[in-house]
Design a protein around this ligand. Structure first.
Ligand code: MSP
Length: 650
């Protein structure tokens, strides 16, 4: 039998000094999405995650609780494993650096590198804070004092082992130059190259000031530096020096995924350690951005960390994973907010995707007694939806290969929007009125189901339970676990004649009002209406028309922007001062990422003037300006002729 191609992906091993938060969950979910994608492509995947359990900080955290380090860590590691189960992480193994397999490999590696002369015994000189038991360089000090506790420091010398990194710097630079994909994104690669070029110092790889670590094998006074120990997990995890068959199958790793905080460890120290061991380097080291909160970074000390398991309880695992994967643009930081999470659920998942499936299912039930009809004929519109599906397949594949997670889901969202538009364009409820159009109606239904099949495959790496849940209604597959990625690249694979049935809403809408009214972290209740009862389902026959009187209730006015400024501490908001006839109004608008204040001043925009005033970040907003938008652009609607402000738009 031909051997399947392998794919080895890792996350950082996290410090179990405390429970993990949504930032750690981001990396682990993104890596999981990649692992699932590769498995669907037929790869033999090894996905490794775990915990980095040694070092002074962990030792101290345990002692503060009056516990032995291992006793303290065991509890947190159990929570971490539970969190990964909750998030449906499909890791192959979970490595703990306190396991015997890690100790054995770390000691063997330390020995070998020492024996070949790349580790030497020397003296470490630096500023020492004795209460913190930590050395600092001159630059790290805060006004001459310990940067952690603010107390006095003293100049001390400590005997230490040093890893001669500088010797390998030219080889590493050459490798980075010859392999442009090795460090991603490009901004990080430049940062790393500049750092290496500024001169690498030898690295202190042992400590004598505490005991919680792996002992240096030939000198028990020293423990191995926690990063030297931790990085080796990537080798131990796939059997280095212990299981040659396993190791040769998976090494070198295809991707080490992490956030930008630890890129230098992975793109400088780690490759040099591997060079010293004569091992091939990982194919890619990818650093994503940080998930921040509006007030800055998440941290335990600020008491503002977000626990992902609470979000899963509230909104479901597919929705939380979807939000995380879509939220961080390639290599960039992003802001977490529960409002954005809820609006993604309501717009992308409930309105667009959930509705597409429930509308299609309801129409097939109504017009074809629940049996998927065959496509009979083809028009331009049909060709367009087919092309949109093929484009989504190629884009989703390409973006995932590049670890551009957000754009992968943008590609699938575009297909969902296209399919909803196809319903409006083909107006099946009109076709159903005349038996002469039955063939046409059948084709439309088939094309919709076919698009849904493709969407379900493409979103499966991000949302692991959706395909199975939808399949209970649609009956597209006998065994969802056997569905391959490439099936999404084929148009026409759905068998007609299959029976579908009604089921519960796949993504219940979340009542945003509950979120707004409640205190922060308020429990948001999901409406549990089923697909049959959902108001959206009424659209399965005809769109919900409004009368001209209904439209007249909207007081739309021409308004001139006479002043504009950015809202402080809010990336997305502009505060506009509008002249509407004789009146001046303040309107807050979420367009700051698309327009500068200068660009807005002087524009004549369209204002919804009788929208109930609302407070946004402490500023009262009296109305809303109109804009067209898609995944890429936001375009504020403007009036181009010389029409006075205050005039009605109708
Ligand atoms: N133990 C080291 C890693 C050793 S790997 C050989 C470590 N652990 S950590 O617990 O601090 O985890 C850091 C990693 O957690 C980041 O690189 C990132 O993958 C993830 N994140 C932690 N907070 C994060 C955000 N706020 N946003 C995105 N990722 C975050 O460093």
């Amino acid at each position: 039998m031909e051997k399947r191609k392998s794919f080895y992906i890792t996350t950082p091993i996290y410090y179990p000094s405390d429970n993990l938060h949504i930032g750690h969950a981001y990396t682990t979910v993104a890596a999981d999405c990649m692992a699932r994608f590769k498995r669907m492509q037929g790869y033999d995947v090894f996905y490794l995650t775990g915990t980095d359990e040694h070092g002074q900080k962990i030792e101290r955290a345990a002692r503060e609780k009056g516990m032995e380090p291992i006793e303290y860590i065991d509890g947190i590691v159990a929570n971490i494993k539970k969190l990964w189960q909750t998030l449906l992480i499909s890791n192959t193994d979970f490595i703990r650096t306190t396991e015997p397999r890690q100790k054995e490999v770390v000691q063997k590696i330390f020995n070998r590198v020492y024996e070949q002369g790349d580790i030497i015994l020397s003296e470490y000189e630096g500023w020492y804070c004795s209460p913190c038991e930590t050395f600092f360089t001159e630059r790290q000090l805060a006004e001459g004092k310990c940067p952690d506790c603010g107390r006095d420091v003293e100049m001390l010398k400590e005997e230490s082992y040093f890893f001669k990194m500088s010797k390998y710097a030219p080889r590493l630079l050459e490798h980075i130059e010859n392999n442009p994909d090795f460090i991603q994104p490009e901004s990080r690669r430049n940062e790393v190259v500049n750092f290496i070029k500024s001169g690498l110092e030898d690295l202190c790889v042992s400590r004598t000031t505490f005991q919680w670590g792996i002992p240096v094998p030939f000198n028990q006074l020293h423990v191995v530096y926690v990063w030297f120990d931790a990085l080796i997990n990537y080798l131990t995890g796939v059997g280095y020096l212990q299981d040659d068959e396993l190791f040769s199958r998976y090494w070198p790793a295809d991707v080490h995924l992490m956030a930008k905080d630890i890129i230098r460890f992975h793109a400088i120290i780690w490759p040099i350690m591997l060079m010293a061991l004569d091992l091939p380097l990982p194919k890619k080291v990818m650093a994503h951005g940080w998930i921040m909160l509006e007030g800055g970074k998440m941290s335990k000390s600020k008491g503002n960390v977000i626990d992902p398991s609470i979000l899963v309880d509230k909104y479901g695992v597919d929705a939380v994973r979807y939000y995380l994967i879509k939220e961080l643009s390639f290599g960039q930081d992003g802001i977490y907010s529960e409002e954005i999470l809820v609006s993604r659920i309501n717009s992308d998942l409930a309105n667009d995707l959930g509705n597409l499936i429930s509308r299609t299912a309801a129409m097939i039930i109504r017009y074809f007694q629940g049996t998927i009809p065959a496509a009979e004929s083809s028009t331009d519109l049909d060709l367009q939806i087919k092309e949109a599906a093929q484009l989504a397949f190629s884009e989703a594949t390409e973006k995932l290969e590049k670890l551009d997670f957000s754009n992968y889901l943008h590609a699938t969202s575009r297909l969902v929007s296209r399919a909803n538009k196809y319903i409006d364009e083909t107006a099946p409820w009109q076709l159903a009125k005349d038996p002469a159009h039955t063939e046409r109606l059948a084709t439309v239904m088939y094309n919709l189901i076919e698009t849904i099949r493709i969407v379900l495959i493409l979103t499966a790496p991000a949302m692991p339970t959706l395909m199975t849940r939808a399949n209970q209604q649609l009956g597209l597959w006998e065994d969802c676990t056997k569905v391959t990625w490439d099936e999404a690249g084929i148009w026409g694979a759905t068998r007609s004649g299959t029976n579908i049935s009604k089921g519960a809403a796949l993504f219940p809408r979340v009542d945003i009002k509950t979120l707004e009214e409640g205190p922060s972290g308020a429990t948001v209740q999901a409406e549990t209406t089923t697909a049959n009862e959902a108001p959206a389902c009424e659209q399965t026959t005809e769109p919900e028309y409004i009368s001209i009187e209904d439209f007249a209730r909207l007081d739309l006015r021409v308004a001139e922007v006479i002043a504009c400024e950015k809202m402080k501490k809010a990336d997305k908001l502009l505060i506009l001062t509008l002249k509407v006839g004789e009146e001046e109004r303040t309107v807050v608008s979420g367009i700051a990422q698309h327009y500068t204040p200068e660009e807005m001043v002087g524009k004549k925009v369209v204002l919804l003037a009788n929208l109930k005033p609302t407070k946004l970040r402490g500023v009262m907003s009296h109305g809303m300006i109109l804009a067209a938008s898609d995944d890429k652009y936001v375009d504020v609607l403007t009036v181009t002729k010389d029409i006075a402000s205050g005039e009605r738009v109708k």
